[in-house]
Ligand binder design. Structure first.
Ligand code: ASP
Length: 470
């Protein structure tokens, strides 16, 4: 079949553009979810709608490990100078830490100024602690089981080294280990004679191209997957009593607004500022390029599951080189969680205020430090942030049972903070690429655009690597 000439996505009618399709899925899922919760269609939704959401997330997770492995190995192996790798690594971690510290500071300042927990009714507080007691116990048990309290600040470095590569490949939570294995493998590959390395490299390059096609194929399911995920989230959050969630929303409206305001400031002020200062990227290009990843992050609440989409969008739409994106993004999905850190800071102060505890400057600085560390240790899965929140509460002497106050609305905030987490990763990838001279004109004719890809002859369009750009 003759390959059809690729039109730039913007020239397609809006309803054929992926992000509009996902937005439509999201809005329809929202509307259906509300209807279903009101009419008691919970069982029907779980049986007939939820599976499409689960399939979508599972397929994304399926792709994540092979994608990171193949793209990072080929990326590292294409480096002419290995010193570049440590420079990129240092820069990446430095910017990640800096933006996370800014995020926590925004959270602390907003919570101090607005005082979302000031005047929180003690009766409501006790009711919530009673109502969510079992949920709190379940979180405490996971903390005990994972031994989170005994972890030193450098434990994440220890955890990054795997004792069994195949065990790491078979567990999506071991992404950091996969990153380290791929880097070591890539370094090994450039150190052996060319003719020995060539077939191995060719294999990983081929694997990389296949996996990228798979991302495109899975993304065809995105609008339906997002619809199903949203519908199910609303139905399961509302449970049998949709009135209760409305009551909770009203009681916690101030707290939620502070978290959302903080996330909005960080996403739409901090990130654009860093982008403007450190890269030539146009904000419109950045936000419209990354929009599908943000929408998937919102509906899956998982930066880990969103990773393949984030990588694809950064490479194809923002023009970040594969070498940079395959290193910066998996690392970011694991350790860079600005949205989570900001939320943890606000939640800590909110709970302290609701218990009428006055946290002084020392405690606030402890919050900044522990929230930065806790967000590094937070897994890239739904609901992980509230588990690590317990560690921060304990560090500043606020009763951990206080998480009961915010559990009821946590999923909604989780969706929003995951958007910030993913946007932050993409922003840092763009900045690192720009400062390394690895930001290319977007590869819109290449591997990326989902809506055109199926049906195209494999290999008809040169990849960025083939075109000699990497
Ligand atoms: N769901 C978040 C993420 O995957 C983590 C969290 O804050 O719970 O980025």
């Amino acid at each position: 079949m003759e390959p059809t000439p690729a039109a730039a996505p913007d020239s397609q009618p809006w309803y054929k553009q992926l992000h509009w399709q996902i937005i439509l899925g999201l809005l329809l899922g929202l509307a259906y979810g509300v209807l279903a919760a009101q009419n008691g269609w919970g069982a029907f939704t779980t049986a007939w709608i939820k599976p499409f959401g689960t399939i979508f997330i599972t397929a994304l997770k399926l792709i994540a490990v092979p994608l990171v492995l193949a793209s990072l190995i080929t990326g590292v192996a294409s480096l002419s100078d290995l010193r570049k790798l440590s420079r990129i690594g240092g820069k990446t971690i430095g910017i990640y830490l800096m933006t996370t510290a800014i995020a926590v500071t925004i959270g602390v300042v907003l919570a101090d100024v607005i005082q979302p927990g000031g005047g929180f009714s003690p009766e409501l507080r006790d009711d919530l602690i009673e109502a969510f007691g079992d949920d709190v116990d379940a979180r405490m048990t996971s903390i005990e089981e994972a031994g989170i309290r005994d972890r030193g600040p450098l434990q994440f470095l220890v955890d990054a080294v795997s004792e069994n590569a195949f065990a790491s490949f078979s567990d999506n939570r071991s992404m950091l280990q996969v990153v380290v294995i791929a880097i070591l493998f890539g370094i090994g590959l450039v150190q052996i004679p060319r003719e020995r390395a060539a077939p191995v490299l060719a294999f990983f390059e081929g694997l990389n191209d296949v996996v990228i096609k798979l991302v495109d194929i899975v993304m065809l399911l995105a609008p339906i997957g997002v619809f199903a995920l949203l519908a199910d989230t609303i139905v399961s959050t509302a449970g049998d009593d949709p009135g209760r969630i409305m009551e909770l929303l009203l009681a916690l409206v101030k707290y939620m607004l502070v978290v959302l305001l903080g996330l909005a400031i960080h996403t739409f002020v901090t990130y654009p500022t860093v982008l403007k200062v450190l890269s030539p990227m146009k904000l419109k290009t950045f936000f419209s390029g990354i929009a599908p990843a943000q929408l998937v992050a919102f509906s899956t609440s998982s930066s880990g599951a969103t990773l393949p989409v984030t990588m694809e969008r950064c490479e194809e739409e923002l023009g970040v080189s594969e070498e940079v994106s395959s290193f910066v993004l998996p690392l970011g999905a694991t350790i860079n969680m600005d949205g989570t850190a900001l939320y943890q800071a606000v939640a800590t102060l909110f709970i302290a205020q609701a218990f009428a505890l006055d946290l002084g400057l020392g405690a606030q600085l402890t919050i900044v430090l522990t929230a930065v560390l806790a967000s590094i240790g937070t897994a890239a899965v739904p609901g992980a942030g509230i588990i690590m929140l317990v560690i921060i509460l304990e560090a500043v002497g606020v009763p951990a049972a206080g998480i009961a106050l915010i559990l009821g609305v946590d999923r909604i905030l989780d969706m929003c903070r995951t958007v910030t987490n993913v946007t932050g990763d993409a922003m840092v990838a763009t900045v690192v690429a720009a400062t390394e001279d690895q930001l290319f004109p977007p590869d819109r004719t290449g591997r990326g655009d989902t809506l055109r890809v199926v049906g195209e002859t494999a290999g008809a369009v040169p990849s960025r690597r083939e075109a000699g750009m990497i």
